[in-house]
Design a protein around this ligand. Structure first.
Ligand code: FES
Length: 181
C-alpha cells in the first residue's frame, strides 16, 4: 500500500526549511516570488528527500504565493516526490535483459507480497521501489535490483529477491540516501 500520510512534523526539519527559505529566497516583488517557487521546492526536496505538505505551506507563506499554485507545480513536474520515501530505495531493472530473465516475476511479487507498485512505498515505510525500463548497465546480473544507490543483487528469482529485501531491511535505514543522486 502506498504511504502518503504527512507524518508528524519534525521541529528540526521545520527549522531547516525556514532557514533555507530565509537565506536563499528573498523576492523583491510578487513576480519574482512566482519565479522562485520552483527553485524553493527543488531545494526543499534536496534537503528532505521529498516535499511534505507542511513544507509546501511554509514555501507558500514565505513567498506570499497561493498553495494552489504550488500544488499545480508539484503535480506538473514528475520529479517531485510528495510522499515520504521508505528507509530503503530499490531500483528494479525492467530493461530487455532483465525482462527476458524474469523481472516481471519480481514486479508481481512486489504487488502480491509487499503491496506496492512502481514509485510506491510499503505501508511499514521500509521500502520504496522504482521500476526502470531502461538498463542499469549490469546485464550480466540480470534480472537485477539495486538498493540505496549502491548495492546490486543479481540473477534473482523470487526467492533470492525476497532474501535480498529481508537482508537490506535487517541492516537498518541508510542515512541521507536520497542525497546520493
Ligand atoms: S537490462 Fe537490466 S541491467 Fe541491463
Amino acid at each position: 500500500m502506498a504511504q502518503d500520510v504527512d507524518t508528524a512534523v519534525n521541529a528540526a526539519d521545520t527549522d531547516r526549511v525556514r532557514a533555507l527559505l530565509r537565506d536563499n529566497f528573498q523576492p523583491q516583488d510578487h513576480e519574482e516570488a512566482q519565479e522562485l517557487i520552483l527553485g524553493a521546492l527543488q531545494d526543499v526536496q534536496h534537503l528532505l528527500g521529498w516535499v511534505p505538505l507542511w513544507a509546501t505551506r511554509l514555501v507558500a507563506e514565505h513567498l506570499g504565493v497561493s498553495e494552489n499554485r504550488i500544488y499545480g507545480l508539484l503535480t506538473f513536474y514528475a520529479d517531485f516526490r510528495t510522499s515520504q520515501p521508505g528507509h530503503h530505495f530499490m531500483l528494479l531493472c525492467h530493461g530487455t535483459a532483465c525482462f527476458v530473465g524474469g523481472s516481471q516475476n519480481l514486479i508481481n511479487e512486489l504487488r502480491d507480497h509487499y503491496g506496492i507498485a512502481d514509485s510506491e512505498t510499503t505501508s511499514d515505510g521500509e521500502l520504496t521501489v522504482q521500476v526502470v525500463n531502461g538498463c542499469l548497465g549490469v546485464c550480466d546480473l540480470a534480472p537485477v535490483i539495486q538498493f540505496d544507490h549502491q548495492n546490486y543483487y543479481g540473477k534473482l528469482d523470487v526467492e533470492k529477491f525476497n532474501e535480498a529485501i529481508a537482508e537490506v531491511i535487517r541492516q537498518g535505514p541508510v542515512e541521507n540516501h536520497h542525497e546520493a543522486h
